[in-house]
Design a protein around this ligand. Structure first.
Ligand code: PHE
Length: 341
């Protein structure tokens, strides 16, 4: 029996040393130490031994089991280490190799114009604010002094979400005036750029979605001359020093007085050309002094505070700046168009 154990020891250690994978090691463990393994087979013959011989043989068998287990573990560790080394080698990364340069695009031309305008207003101490495109009719109309029955509230002009005409897609950024007055500490200097929606058919100058920039100042002693001076400065920054503006009387329900601002055509200097459609002037924005009723509705005392506001179309500005003749090009995202800027 002793000899059998010695043979088992030699054979198993040899086989374990030669094994080359965790699977084959496991097979060897079952083969030698398993329930139906070779060591168990030898131990079955213990019954034939005398009572004096048994303890010594038992001890030998235990020692053999321990040794085989130990050499399996040792081999397993060696194999694991070798596998890890191989894996590291396979996955090694040469960080000195030149990388692949991703092809970067650039900002949309209209957003370049928006960035430029933001910069100008930030430089004058204005804050840039953002607000909901899905809006309450209260904010888009009522609080702006646009009563029930006003034509712009018609279902033919405005996208409504609810039968009761309570929720809509904002038709202008002017509701941001109300949000700012309700939420902010006075004085306020803000611009609010964003998308607006109207039921317009798509053509070269119309789209059911376009962008406006709202601007507003509320403080003590603010006058129409502040409005004119500020807008003149902005226009000179965009179109160059000496750009001529004119302010024409107009009507908006939420400003009083109201006006529209034109710039003298920078292409023909006012003589009339295709850019200004022969007019000599290009309409840029609507503006005015915030209506006392609107101030009061937002909890601001119109006897103490006053303010001005303007709203301008961003697409039109970008079209002027980049000489784009068709509004649709701005939204179609045709790379051949966008690459030109
Ligand atoms: N919201 C107006 C429009 O869409 C523009 C405007 C804004 C006029 C602010 C006056 C003051 O036409």
């Amino acid at each position: 029996m002793k000899e059998a154990m010695q043979r088992l020891r030699e054979a198993s250690i040899q086989a374990i040393l030669e094994s080359d994978s965790p699977d084959s090691l496991e097979n060897l463990r079952v083969k030698y130490l398993g329930k139906k393994g070779e060591l168990t087979a030898i131990l079955r013959q213990m019954g034939k031994l005398s009572a004096e011989e048994r303890p010594a043989m038992g001890q030998l068998a235990n020692q053999l089991r321990g040794d085989i287990e130990a050499s399996i573990e040792k081999r397993r560790a060696e194999l694991n280490e070798a596998m890890l080394a191989k894996k590291l080698e396979r996955e090694a990364l040469d960080v000195t190799m030149p990388g692949e340069k991703p092809q970067l695009g650039h900002k949309h031309p209209m957003y370049n114009v928006l960035d430029q305008i933001k910069e100008i207003f930030i430089g004058m101490g204005f804050e840039i604010v953002d607000g909901p495109e899905v809006e309450l009719a209260d904010y888009n109309f009522t609080k702006l002094n646009i009563d029930e029955g006003h034509p712009s509230r018609e279902w033919t002009d405005t996208f409504y979400f609810t039968e009761d005409s309570r929720i809509l897609l904002r038709t202008q950024t002017s509701p941001m005036q109300i949000h700012a007055m309700e939420a902010k500490e006075l004085p306020i200097r803000m611009i609010a750029p964003g998308r607006v929606y109207r039921k317009d058919e798509v053509d070269a100058t119309h789209s059911p979605m376009f962008h406006q920039i709202e601007g507003m100042v509320i403080d003590k002693g603010v006058t129409m001359s502040d409005l004119k001076a500020t807008l003149n400065l902005v226009v000179e920054k965009i179109y160059g020093k000496g750009t001529v503006t004119r302010f024409r009387p107009h009507h908006f329900p939420f400003t009083e007085p109201s006006c529209e601002m034109d710039i003298q055509c920078h292409k023909c200097g006012g003589k009339g050309c295709p850019t200004c459609k022969g007019e000599g002037w290009i309409e840029v924005l609507g503006a005015g002094m915030v209506h006392p009723k609107v101030l009061a509705g937002c909890g601001i005392d119109p006897d103490v505070y006053s303010g001005w506001a303007f709203g301008m179309g961003l697409e039109r500005l970008a079209m002027g700046e980049y000489k784009i003749t068709d509004l649709r090009l701005i939204f179609e995202n045709d790379v051949r168009f966008l690459e030109q800027f």
